[in-house]
Design a protein around this ligand. Structure first.
Ligand code: BGC
Length: 690
């Protein structure tokens, strides 16, 4: 296995000797079925207890075939799609000898400065739960003992997305209500879907590091939620208790992490070094160690490893599966379903195939920023750039001119001049701009979530030619769009779409696919609005159309989104009829039926993401202005009308009340069926007292 930095194994020297000498129970980030077999042989034949090891890696959004970054895929609003891509990922990863992936990340990201939002499903908890469940089901499949079942690990437990100021690894100060109602539910959803492991977070929560947090890892997880599975630390998170100032030294850190409920230590080597002494001295009760060991063994038993240590380690399967046509097709479909069309003035999109097109920008030919963050094993030789995708879609290569214009972060000599000249010759400019891929992912926090200056300069120059501009954004977070980029005729959010990027984007740009993605994160007017999320609590001084002085707003910008959560256009014209409810007064024992009729007035069949929102008008704690409660993607033919029906149960109106209990409160609610978090006119109902 290749166990080289930057992602070394648990103990970095030789894996096989670690298994024997240090009795390592799991190894990570090495791949290869044949190498895996050798590790297992050593574990079974040469280690003291003969117990096979778990082979793990970070396989986040694809293995050899790379699918869209999870945030991008969440924009599809299709959990079933995420289940399919996670399944395909598991098929490839298990063929490469893995049993266990450290995914899905189920952190809710309400601050776009935080780069790890790219790994999750965005700012909303209901969407986050749906994707968490789907990904767990996809990775693990229906049978944990099957050769292609990959253990899932929801992470990072907990509230990692709530780091102060969006700075990775920063502290977390959070209310109990926000922790319970916003950040914890996706973990519970992942466990309910069958996840048997969980990874602790690096951060503290109100002063207690998550990785030594007894209330979290034992009280909530094992006590309240009855979680039977294994808790693994994040990379050296037990060691970091010392830097946190929460533990004196290695031994103290080991004791605190272990007694809090962390079963397996990743990378630090602390458990191997200090647990024996701690148990001997009685500081760690033997019963606690036994319980932990039982959890590790139960996990190995659950996947059939104790019956067959070589389970799934089949080099011939590895060869067969290394390139599957079906996975390429899925990657292209997942890519185009993840694309969000923010704006399309005068229907500039889709482009005519015979138009004279200038494809301009540092991403036009780029092949190094296709996969997005956290892709360790992607087969780069199969990546499709924008240039390749456009050329494949265009019968007359002569109608396409390609110019870089600038580098990702710096100007190119003569770049602007060449771009402007090409723009003048073209009928339309497609400007491929965005964040380099290393701007998002772990440790990639930003203070200003804007495009690099050199790219903005290019956009201004090209747009000054007067040729209509379509902006293709590549991004791992919501961005604050400025100037010519914000004012372009059309704006398309393409995230990092993975292997099939060029084809997926071309499908949308040339109209072979009508975009159906919606924003899983709000695009603000300005970076300074962060943390910005649609479901923020109400203020006592909301801005109104009539009055904005002395109201909750910024001096420079309204405190709204430029493009809200849930927003996205297709190539149709969908009109929403009024939202109606079947009862004005809803008994707690009943379920409300909410309806609206949609009509496609356009000339193309389109998929629409219909969203159900509620707002609790008066409550014992200040409630969000709106909250997503359901969503559905449906296809509408030209001229077709469809009635959409959602069922809303009183349990969905529950929250952490002022007295700390969880439940709904009687009183008035607004309910919307709408195309985004800022659209629509609500209906009203009253939830009756018990
Ligand atoms: C990350 C985890 C990851 C682990 C192992 C850490 O730095 O926070 O998400 O699973 O490394 O690679």
């Amino acid at each position: 296995m290749s166990y080289d930095p930057p992602r070394p194994i648990l103990v970095s020297s030789s894996a096989a000797s670690d298994v024997v000498k240090r009795q390592v129970g799991a190894l990570f980030n090495g791949v290869g079925a044949a190498q895996g077999r050798e590790i297992q042989r050593v574990a079974v034949e040469e280690s003291r207890l003969g117990i096979p090891v778990l082979l793990a890696a970070d396989v986040i959004h694809g293995m050899r075939t790379v699918f869209p970054i999870p945030l991008g895929e969440a924009a599809s609003f299709e959990p079933a799609l995420a289940e399919r891509t996670a399944r395909a990922t598991a098929v490839e990863a298990t063929a490469a000898g893995l049993h266990w992936t450290f995914a899905p990340a189920v952190d809710i990201a309400r601050d776009q400065r935080w780069g790890r939002g790219a790994e999750g499903a965005g700012e909303d908890t209901v969407l986050g739960c749906a994707f968490a469940e789907a990904r767990v089901r996809g990775f693990q499949g229906p049978d944990l003992r099957a050769a292609d079942s990959l253990l899932a690990t929801p992470k990072h437990f907990a509230a990692y997305g709530a780091v102060a100021a969006g700075m990775d690894y920063n502290y977390v100060e959070i209310s109990e209500g926000t922790l319970q109602d916003v950040h914890l539910p996706p973990f519970k959803a992942a466990f309910d879907a069958g996840a048997l492991t969980v990874m602790t977070a690096f951060n503290d929560i109100n002063g207690v590091p998550a990785s030594a947090n007894h209330a979290l890892l034992t009280g909530l997880l094992r006590g309240h939620w009855d979680f039977p599975g294994l808790v693994v630390s994040d990379y050296t998170a037990d060691m970091e208790l010392i830097a946190h100032g929460y533990a004196e030294d290695e031994r103290d850190a080991t004791r605190r992490a272990f007694t809090a409920g962390m079963d397996m230590s990743m990378q630090s080597g602390f458990y191997a070094a200090h647990l024996p002494g701690l148990v001997e001295s009685g500081e760690v009760p033997m019963a606690l160690l036994d319980a932990s060991v039982r959890r590790v063994l139960s996990l190995k038993a659950a996947i059939g490893l104790l019956d067959d240590p070589y389970r799934s380690l089949d080099p011939s399967r590895e060869d067969d599966i290394s390139r599957l046509e079906a996975h390429e097709t899925l990657a292209r479909d997942a890519g185009r379903r993840s694309i969000v069309l923010l704006k399309n003035e005068s229907d500039v999109l889709p482009l005519r195939r015979d138009a004279r097109i200038a494809l301009v920008g540092p991403f036009a030919r780029d092949r190094d920023n296709i996969e997005g963050c956290w892709t360790l094993f992607g087969d780069k030789s199969r990546y499709i750039s924008l240039e390749e995708g456009f050329r494949a879609a265009l019968p007359h290569a002569g109608s396409l001119e390609i110019v870089d214009g600038c580098g990702l972060e710096s100007p190119l000599e003569g770049g602007i001049e060449a771009a402007v000249a090409a723009a003048r010759r073209a009928e339309v400019v497609v400007l491929a701009l965005g964040e380099p891929q290393r701007y998002s992912g772990e440790a990639q926090s930003r203070t200003r979530i804007v495009l690099p200056a050199a790219q903005q300069v290019l956009a201004e120059a090209v747009s000054a030619t007067g040729t209509p501009v379509v902006v293709l954004l590549r991004n791992g977070r919501a961005l604050a769009l400025e100037g010519a980029v914000r004012d372009a005729r059309a704006i398309v959010v393409t995230w990092f779409l993975g292997s099939q990027t060029g084809h997926a984007v071309a499908d949308v740009v040339f109209g072979d696919y009508s975009p159906s993605g919606r924003l899983p994160v709000s695009f603000p007017h300005d970076s300074g609005q962060q943390p910005f999320f649609y479901n923020h609590p109400r203020t006592g001084r909301p801005e109104t159309p009539e009055m904005s002085e002395f109201k909750a707003r910024w001096r420079e910008h309204p405190n709204t989104a430029l493009y809200p959560f849930g927003h996205g256009l297709g190539y149709g014209r969908i009109e929403y009829g009024a939202t109606t409810v079947d009862m004005a007064k809803l008994p707690v024992s009943d379920v409300l039926t909410v309806r609206a009729t949609l009509r496609n007035h356009g000339t193309r069949a389109v998929e629409e993401v219909v969203q159900l929102y509620v707002h609790d008008r008066v409550a014992s704690r200040v409630r969000p202005v709106r909250e997503l409660k359901g969503f559905r993607k449906l296809m509408l033919q030209p001229g077709e009308s469809q009635e959409v029906v959602f069922r809303l149960a009183p349990a969905q109106l529950a929250f952490t009340r002022a007295d700390g209990t969880h439940g709904s409160e009687p009183g008035g609610f607004d309910v919307w069926i709408a195309p985004s978090a800022m659209a629509g006119v609500p209906a009203r109902f009253e939830l009756l007292p018990r």
